[in-house]
Structures are given as structure tokens and as C-alpha cells.
Write a protein that binds this ligand. Sequence first.
Ligand code: UD1
Length: 425
Amino acid sequence: MGQIRVYGGRPLQGTVRISGAKNAVLPVMVASLLTEEPCYLQEVPRLLDVVTCCHLLRSLGTEISWQGREMVLSTPRLAGIEAPYEYVRQMRASFLVAGPLLARAGRAVVALPGGCAIGSRPVDQHLKGLAAMGANIEVAHGLVRAHCRRLRGASIYLDLPSVGATENLIMAASLADGVTVIENAACEPEVVDLANFLTAMGARVSGAGTRTVRIEGVRRLSGGRHTVIPDRIEAGTYLVAVAATGGRVRLENVIAEHLTAVTAKLQELGARISATGSTLVIEREPGGYPASNVRALPYPGFPTDLQPQMAALLTQAEGVSVITDNVFDSRFLYTEELRRMGANIRNEGRSAIIGGPTPLTGAQVRATDLRAGAALVIAGLVAEGETEIGQIHHLERGYEDLVGKLSSLGAVIGYTAPKSHFLGA
Ligand code: UD1
């Protein structure tokens, strides 16, 4: 199993290009199931989750070619209607095929995701919406079996603004008979990106990015071309890393307005950040910064996918900081690992309480999930000595060439055991 070694104590300097967004590319790839025609995607990041999504889609009949950042997907005929547990277990976004399969084939069999390292993650809102659109749904033996003649438009109120449920239902509604209105929809930029791609395919979607999304179903969708938006979580991770180590870094290929909650918080902590076009520059001198409270919320609030990285940063702040996650119920497994590096951090319900500043020392730790792994890399960059991070396949799920990019910024970081072979050299 792969490992990364980091030596701390160096400021980050230089330029880094942000990749296409993991959480945008996965639903967009899945949306290609809605048409027999080819779909052309640009800015596809080389990530394990994208590889997993390719395996899943190929098992359903999709032909895929992927060169550099370009991917072409086409599904002239569906070869299957099932997403087995093997895929859903590796990547929960696999559940997104339920809506498109039902819309195109009238049938879908998708394994139920179990719990995971960041808390319970039910799919009741996905199922409620599909049922409202006329699907018959049966859950047994760990599988969701759904069938319908043709989905029909419906009014759906989500109990909470789930990103995945919003995406699944927008895709299903695109080929349904009539109008679907989703209330309390997720507003994340990745939902808007999906809606833009569907619109390029001929779908009629309005209101994406607001709490109410309206979809007028059409009889068929064509292929489409799409450039995936930059990864705001990858960009945010580099911003937090620079805030932690000090230095000056220029981020290219970013949409600054997707990062407002993050840049505002880092400015509170003394970072200087300026945006010009698709470039963001962050600068921070070494020296103390005040404790701060962070509350992870649905977009446009502070992203839950950046709260572990913020915890690593706040171990160096002066005073007591509190991080509360209002999106996932137990996303704090990483605190155990940070404690092994000397952090004064404890969990209390949905919060982590951090006393700082505490000097961190390099240790052997393991990435318990993707963003926990990123938090440990940041902790390693500020720690004295060597940090060895195990289970790095989690990092490879969502960060393209993390080691290469950080090395180019002057970090002393490398693999001690090989990265996953399918991500290439
Ligand atoms: C997506 C992102 C993930 C991010 C999360 C929240 C992808 C591939 N993943 O995950 O990186 O952390 O949004 O921004 O885009 N919930 C229910 N019932 C449901 C669905 C969700 O109770 O049917 C709950 C979940 O347990 C969780 C909360 O809603 O507590 C948010 O989940 P959701 O927005 O659905 O996240 P994902 O789409 O799985």
C-alpha cells in the first residue's frame, strides 16, 4: 500500500495549476449515460475516482477514450443496468447512475452505500425523489431495485440540500415526461456545472445554483461538449497549506467566487489574497495568527471538504478554535492522527476543539479518508522532522499529482512506496 513521506518546515513558493473538479467530473461522466451520442469532456483530472467511474460506466456499456485531460464517452447501447457493491463501496458517487439508468432504460439496480469514515450517508432523498417521479423502488439484500415505464415530472422537496440527490434527480428529470421542480436543492457549483453540461446536451434546466431547480423533460438528449470547472477543494487545500507554512503561491485555473468562504476565513487569519481573472495569489509571512471558529455548511458556506485541512492550520493559531461540521455527522477521525503529531485537539459531538499553538512533530500516520489525508499532509508540512502518511490511495482519489505539485512549490515530499499503477508515471 502506498505511502508518502513529508519533511516539514519550508514555506511554499511558486505557481500551481488547479485541475478539473473531482466532484464535477463524476456526475458529468455519469450524465453521458443519458444519450447514445458521444460526449466530449475537457479538463478531466487523473484521479482514482475517475478511474473507478470509468470501470463502472464500461460495465454499463460506455465506450471511453481518455487522453491527457480529454475524455470521450459514448453509450450507443446500455449493456447493463446494475452498479454492484464493488463500485459503490469504493466510490459513493456510483449511486448517481440510478437516475440516468431509470430515465434511459426504465430499470436500475444499485447497491446501497454503507456507512463510511465520515459518517452515515443515507440515500433516502435520492429514493424519495425517484419514487415521486413514478419509480417503483424495492430495497432488499443491500440493493436498490427500481423500475418504471417512463419517469414523470414531479414536485420534490428535499429534507436537506443533498448534492448527490439534487444531481441524481436533475439527470432523471431531464428525460422525464413533464416538469420537475426540486425545492431545497443543493446550490454547489458542481450542480451548476452538471446543469450546464445537460443544457449543452439539449436538456431544459433552470435555477441550478439556487434552492429551486426546474427541469422540463425532453424526449431525447444529444451528445455534448463540456469543460469541467476547476476544483475549488483542491485550490482551497493549497490555500490552506500556504496559510500554514507561510510563503507566496500563485494558483492558476481557479474560479475565485467559488472560494469566497475560504479566502475570507484565511484573510481573517492574516493571509493576503488577491484574484485576477482565473488566478489567485496567496501570501503569508511567518508569524502568529489568531484562533478562529469554522462552521462547515452547504454552499456558499465553508465547505465540509476543507474542514480537516483547516483543523491542521488552526493547530498553529493562538488560542482556542472550534470547527463544527453541520454537513456530516462524524467527520473527525483525523483528529486522532493529528494528536499523534502533537496537536491539542479533541472531538465534542459535531465539533473539534483545538488549542494552539502547539509545535507539531513528524510521526507515522494514516489517511482515514480523502480530506483527512490532505489535513495530514498540511500538518506534515509544518511539523518538525519526518511524517510518513499511509493509505494514500485515499489522497489519489481526489488530488491530481499532489506530490508533484507540492514538490514544485518547494515542499520536501515523496513516495516511499509506489503510487497506484493505474494513475501512470
Ligand atoms: C458530495 C461530495 C462530497 C461533499 C458533499 C457535501 C461528490 C462526489 N461528493 O457528496 O465531497 O463532502 O457533497 O458537500 O460530489 N444525506 C441524507 N440523505 C440523502 C443524501 C444525503 O441524509 O439521501 C445527508 C448525508 O448523510 C450528509 C448530507 O446529507 O450528512 C450531505 O450529503 P450530500 O450533499 O448528499 O453529499 P454527497 O453528494 O454524498
